[in-house]
Design a binder for this molecule. Structure first.
Ligand SMILES: Nc1ncnc2c1ncn2[C@@H]1O[C@H](COP(=O)(O)OP(=O)(O)O)[C@@H](O)[C@H]1O
Ligand SMILES: Cc1cn([C@H]2C[C@H](O)[C@@H](COP(=O)(O)O)O2)c(=O)[nH]c1=O
Length: 215
């Protein structure tokens, strides 16, 4: 039975790496897949992992119709055994429904990868629909850590290391505190520190200002 599987985790938890590994393993066994992504940091129509691997992919746009994309492959005489769909949180609800229909009606496996919640801890539309429709939800096994050492569960958006809570839901960016001044970045945090809006830089500043914290 084909499956719709949603692999999810915080930013920087290895989702794109797993997406590439999944496609590699299936392709190595003679299965043909299509790779899709939307808004990868490496640019349009690329799927990139922080481990350095990067491949061509099909960019998903607002008007992308997965059913039509696969249908065009079949009518062109090309088989499709699986789809790898990265940054799936950015897909529309309709696009996730098309993926579910492909699984059910054409027996194509769909492996979707993406974060669950945005910088305000709200579900992305694509992720919400995947939670509603997927046969399986798989949480990435490699743990990302908050600066405090606890498991990171949430994505914070920062400017100069300070967490922001206002802004567009979608702003493509990367984790790390080495961004240029004023540039949006992201940091993964445990829930406690996300709720307290305490990033690594904020904690550093606070401990420097209050040495008694460590006495
Ligand atoms: N220099 C490195 N050495 C070992 N592992 C690394 C290195 N850089 C990144 N990684 C691994 O890559 C992961 C991020 O992979 P990536 O697929 O880009 O994440 P995601 O798609 O979830 O944002 C990190 O969690 C870490 O495990
Ligand atoms: C939290 C959050 C993230 N994004 C963007 C930032 C990145 O471009 C992607 C996540 O990519 P990754 O491979 O999982 O690191 O999502 C965003 O647009 N809005 C947010 O709130």
């Amino acid at each position: 039975m084909a499956e719709l599987v949603f692999f999810t985790g915080t930013m920087d938890s290895g989702k794109s790496t797993l997406a590439l590994q999944t496609d590699h393993n299936y392709t190595a066994r003679g299965r043909r897949g299509l790779i899709f992504t939307r808004g990868d940091r490496a640019g349009a129509a690329r799927l990139s992992s922080r481990l350095g691997l990067e491949v061509n992919a099909r960019e998903v746009f607002d008007d992308t119709d997965f059913w039509a994309e696969v249908h065009a492959e079949f009518t062109g005489g090309r088989t499709v055994d699986h789809l790898v769909c990265d940054e799936a949180q950015f897909y529309s609800e309709q696009q996730v429904e098309q993926l579910a229909r492909l699984v059910d009606e054409t027996e194509i496996d769909v492996f979707a990868f993406g974060i669950t919640t945005d910088f305000r801890t709200r579900l992305f539309p694509g992720a919400a629909r995947l939670f509603e429709l997927a046969d399986r939800i798989e949480v990435l096994q490699v743990q990302s850590l908050c600066w405090c050492g606890a498991r990171a569960t949430h994505n914070a958006r920062t400017v100069d290391g300070v967490m922001v809570t206002e802004g567009d839901q979608v702003v493509i960016g990367d984790v790390g505190d080495d961004r240029a001044a004023g540039v949006v970045a992201y940091e993964v945090l445990c829930r406690r520190h996300h709720m307290r809006q305490m990033t690594a830089a904020t904690a550093r500043r606070r401990s420097a200002a209050d040495p008694s914290l460590w006495e």
